[in-house]
Design a binder for this molecule. Structure first.
Ligand SMILES: NC(=O)c1ccc[n+]([C@@H]2O[C@H](COP(=O)([O-])OP(=O)(O)OC[C@H]3O[C@@H](n4cnc5c(N)ncnc54)[C@H](O)[C@@H]3O)[C@@H](O)[C@H]2O)c1
Ligand SMILES: [Zn+2]
Length: 405
């Protein structure tokens, strides 16, 4: 439902009164002046096509928050939806790596999911929506955190409409709906856009730590230098791990990996066959195999290869298959048993990883890592089709939609 005409009149009256100094300060829940009646949403209406639609801004309930979107990253998942609709969501308001400013909120909204106070003007991100199990809290480190959770930007279309971040406004529904959100006013816009992908790596490194193999002086291989591998290097570097070898076939990405904290690179295009590649990795560590490896490509061959780079008793974190990329063939005797490799899988993150990520971003910037340079392309909302095409063409690294209206 739209903000009713009489509400708008009341707000205007209140503001005029305030300007003449004759009224009490505006209540917290009152929408700020200048909130339009409608908002534009980029709707994926068919495969490969977003349309800009206009929807009414609903009335703000006591637990709801209206956020004016500042920007949102384009994720590989958005690209899959754009191309194939694997989740069968069309028509859908996409965008889950978004951030913006609170412009209105209900009277019950006082703190964010971590207990930090929030008010109008604060910058926020959303995380998971626990529709199935609202009892789960951010302090639940259980893997259950992942199951049964949705995110804004991948929700079935409903009568609210404003539930994806590729829009002018997003309507964060509180109460029973179980939305989680965080006040991240102390981070700049680019950092806020990078929170979601960075949380994936904070989680992967937490998973890796459970093996008890990762140490300050470990020799670590990061295979794949897309945004995920590059952020992996940054998280490791921020933790104080210094001996990192990046593996990829793209020299430009390998050079970026060095700036992100890798001190050696191996270009697999220059080394034919797994023996030569293994020797290349070994040479990068002065004749040693890796203590630990992170697999950050969606290529099953890369999964099979990576065991060869790891020493006996070493560890592996496989995080490259957010979606099914097909089967990989390994030799369980040579690759796993006789080497006694400790293997962990990693998939998305917990709520708690989100909060760790805010601190990671501050530390990474403080030690001069060029994290923000991951955002290589910026598009206006009306150019969202081009933004997705750019992602699919594998141009640049992180593509973002920025609202500067
Ligand atoms: N675990 C999770 O929750 C999670 C979350 C997001 C993404 N992912 C996955 O992480 C993977 C990487 O994401 P991205 O956005 O960085 O993708 P990307 O496609 O931008 O990067 C992949 C990189 O791997 C390199 N590569 C391909 N084959 C290789 C090989 N055999 N050896 C070495 N390098 C190779 C490519 O050159 C490229 O630079 C994706 O497959 C994605 O599904 C996982
Ligand atoms: Zn994502």
């Amino acid at each position: 439902m739209a903000v009713r005409e009489q509400d708008v009149e009341a707000i205007v009256r209140q503001i005029l009164n305030q300007m003449s100094g004759s009224a009490a300060p505006a209540a917290k829940a009152a929408p700020a002046a200048g909130i339009p009646k409608t908002a534009r949403v980029a709707m994926l209406t068919e495969l490969g096509k977003f349309e800009i639609k206009e929807f009414p801004i609903p009335e703000i309930g006591d637990d709801d928050i209206l956020v004016k979107v500042e920007g949102c990253g384009v994720c590989g998942t958005d690209a899959h939806e754009f191309k194939k609709d694997p989740f069968n969501l069309i028509p859908v308001a996409l965008g889950h790596e978004g951030t913006g400013e609170i412009v209105a909120m209900g009277k019950n909204v006082k703190v964010d999911t971590a207990g930090k106070p929030v008010s109008i003007g604060d910058k926020v991100v959303t995380c998971m929506i626990f529709k199935d199990d609202p009892e789960i809290t951010m302090f639940d480190l259980n893997k259950k955190n992942v199951g049964g959770a949705d995110v804004y930007g991948l929700l079935p279309e409903d009568d609210v409409h404003l539930n994806g971040w590729f829009a002018d406004y997003i309507f964060i529904r509180g109460g029973e709906f179980g939305s989680t959100f965080f006040n991240v006013s102390d981070l700049d816009l680019d950092s806020r856009i990078l929170i979601e992908p960075c949380a994936v790596l904070v989680h992967a490194v937490e998973r890796a730590k459970t093996t008890d193999i990762l140490r300050f002086n470990s020799r670590v291989v990061v295979q794949g230098c897309g945004p995920i591998g590059l952020i992996c290097i940054a998280v490791l570097r921020t933790l104080g791990i210094e001996n990192i070898t990046a593996v990829d076939g793209n020299e430009q990405r390998l050079q970026f990996a060095k700036r992100m904290g890798a001190n050696q690179t191996v270009n697999f295009m220059e080394l034919k066959g797994i023996e030569a590649l293994t020797e290349g990795v070994k040479a990068s560590f002065g004749g040693h195999l890796a203590d630990f490896a992170f697999q950050c490509t969606g290529n099953p061959h890369a999964h099979a290869n990576i065991y060869k780079f790891i020493r006996n008793g070493g560890g592996l974190c496989e995080l490259g298959f957010f979606i099914n990329g097909g089967d990989a063939t390994i030799n369980p005797h040579f690759d796993l048993c006789s080497k006694e490799i400790t293997l962990v899988g990693s998939w998305v993150y917990t709520l708690r990883d989100y909060v760790t990520t805010f601190d990671f971003l501050k530390r990474a910037l403080a030690i001069g890592l060029p994290l923000k340079e991951l955002i290589t392309h910026r598009f206006a909302l009306e150019d969202i089709n081009e933004a997705l095409e750019t992602n699919l063409a594998m141009k640049g690294l992180k593509i973002a939609v920025i609202n500067n209206k």
